[in-house]
Each structure stands twice: as structure tokens, then as C-alpha cells.
Design a protein around this ligand. Sequence first.
Ligand code: AMP
Length: 407
Amino acid sequence: MLVLVINCGSSSVKYNLIDTSDERNLCKGLVERIGAVTSIVKHEPEGQRHTKSTRTIANHSEALQEIMSYLLDPDNQIIESPSDIKAVGHRVVHGGEMFKDSVLIDDDVTKAIEQAFDLAPLHNPPNLRGIQAAQKNLPDIPHVAVFDTAFHHSLPNKAFLYGIPNRLYRRYKIRKYGFHGTSHYFVSRQYYKETGEKAQDTKVITCHLGNGASIAAVDGGKSVDTSMGFTPLSGLVMGTRSGDIDPSILFYLIEKEELTLANVHALLNRHSGLLGVSGYASDMRDLIEEADNGDRRCQQAIDLFCYKIKQYIGSYIATMNGCDAIIFTAGIGENAPLIRQESLAGMDYLGIEVDEEKNTNAERGTVQKISTDSSKTDVYVIPTNEELVIAIDTAKIAQAADQSPWV
Ligand code: AMP
């Protein structure tokens, strides 16, 4: 089944056209800087020339029109008619407590995504705008929402409750939700597939290290804890996000610097993390390069990043009472041997040994085992594919909807 996967940010639309029958990505692309004078449009058809151009794209609906006209252009030979696309899968960041699984989008689902605006003000509003734009452009096929939070619905109470009055959980649903669920799900499944291990018998720790970063403890195939929380701000130090900090720092700063709520939000989400600590960049490639040139603050940012990863891994080994495999994925996890090495250095007490040569030479874009043969815990690099998870879920739900109006 041909599924169009859509991932909308506030000024961007990312798309993938995936054939779920052979899991092939036929085309992917990105419309960026929507609403600006010059928007950037990239299309990357499989096995054909990639294109990049600029034009004015006023809103998400125009971005969808641009994507459809590219896919339908006879010169590009991707699809012949809009009806070749059988369903659209949408990445939705926050499903709140309501959505434990992917769902067919109807008016009730749209309302529930809207109700979760408060919980993810940066993500859910553009996600919904993308849904509405895609529904306008492709009105006659099923649209499915796939939630970043869904995989973490299996967290037990002790992992998702915060130490605040329970009434606040009941009234406002303040709890840990966790994010990057499709990625943690995908790489853990790839690990079972690759090794033949049975999900129910294994404990794995999945490290999704990209601009946003999170770690999950997956026991018996289910997420039992994860580093992100009520929002994607907590946990690890990230590109521009602070990760965990003592909440009292906020009271202190609000008073000392006379910060507004908006200032605090921007400080922790956009000016902190690797960027804030290094005072130089949020991009790990730049930090590694400058640290190599002797920049002390870039080195401090890298050290802090790896230290937090090590702390989370250690705590999840403790809470799961063991770990069969640690998996690295996403931009940094897949491409930065230095970060993998540093994060796991000095963990021989727990029996974790990275093979330096395998780690350094790990071929990109493929599943690689990078631990020594004597390591008690295996260490893997596994490329993530969140879009494929969304496409497969979407195809399943679209097929079911085709057979029954009650899906
Ligand atoms: P993502 O959000 O998954 O696209 O990951 C983006 C992050 O991956 C950025 O911090 C990039 O610097 C980092 N990244 C990508 N390629 C490399 C590389 N070869 N070495 C180090 N970091 C990389």
C-alpha cells in the first residue's frame, strides 16, 4: 500500500512516500520556512536526481499542494494519480493519556489532539495544521494519527508519577509521557529481528540521540521508563534544550533576571543544552571539531552530554535489574563513534565493553554490533526509521477501516 507520511513543524512539512508492501521509500522531501518570503523546497526521489528550490509558500496547505504536484509530475515518474496514495499517516507528538495506539482521524480525534495543545504547545498545533492541510488535499482517503507518546503508555505508575500532589495529576494529567516512541519501538524491534532474541525475554536500553534526545528502558518489549517527561524538555542535555535541572533554578532566575514565563520557556528550550553550555553550537559535528581544536567549553558540552547518557543507562540497568543490549540511534547515535565510546567508557563494572575498532569503523546506515565478544551487555548501532513505523501502522488501520466502518 502506498502511504504518504507527513511530519509538520511550525514552519515545515517533512514527507515520505512509502510502499508498505516492500517497505521502500519512493520519495522524501521537505518544505521549510513556510510563511517566510523565501521557502525552501527539497525533493529526494529514490534513485533519481534530488532537487532543491526556493519559492513562496504561505501555509501548510500550500506546502501539501507543492508536494502533491511534485509527486504527480509525469517527468518525475513517481505516481500517476492522487488515488495511487491509499492513506496518509501523520506524526502527532502528544497523544496525552487518551491515545495508547495509532488511530483513524475523525472529528473526535481532531478535538482530542486540540485538547492536548496545552501539553505540547510547540508541536501539536502545527501537527493539527498538517492534518487539516492534508485532508484538504487528499479528502477521500483515510488519515491516521501516530503518536510519539503511545509506546510509553506501558510505563508503570512509579515511573510516570511525579512527586507532586496527586490532585495535580488527576486535575491536569501532569505526569511523565515520554516521546520519540516510534523510534524506541522501531530500533528495539530491529534488535529482536537481527538477533533472534525474543522480546519477552530481553531487556534493552534504546538511546535516541539527535537534536532532541531521549533514552528508554524496554523490558519484555514494553517501555518501562524513559528520560523525557511531561514535555520533551526533560531528561538528557539536548541540542538547545536543558534536560533535567533543579526546578528551583527557575524561581531564582525569574527573580534575579526578572524573566517572564516566555523568557524562561525560550531559555530552557532554545538557548540551553549543548548550545548554551558551549556558547558555540548545538550541532554535535561543530562541537567535536572545535573541541578537537582545543575549545574548552565545547569539550565541556560534549562531556556533559555523555555523562547524562551514562547516568540514565546506569539507572535503567538498576531499575530493570540488568540489560541485554544497549542500542544507539538517530543523528548522533548513528554517526558519532566518539559519543558512543565516551558514554559507555568506564562501565566495565557493569560488564559493558565497547570494541574501539568496531565502534570507529561501524558502517553507517546498517545494523552494527560494536561491543567486544566478552562484553556482558551487547552494544548496537541501529538506524532508526520512524517514518516506516508510521507508514506500517497507517496501512494496517486503513485496511481495517476499508473492511469495517466501525474502526
Ligand atoms: P537528528 O535530530 O537525528 O537529525 O540528529 C541531528 C544531530 O546529529 C546533530 O547534532 C548533528 O550534528 C548530529 N550528527 C549528524 N551526523 C553526525 C556526525 N557524522 N558526527 C557527529 N554528529 C552528527
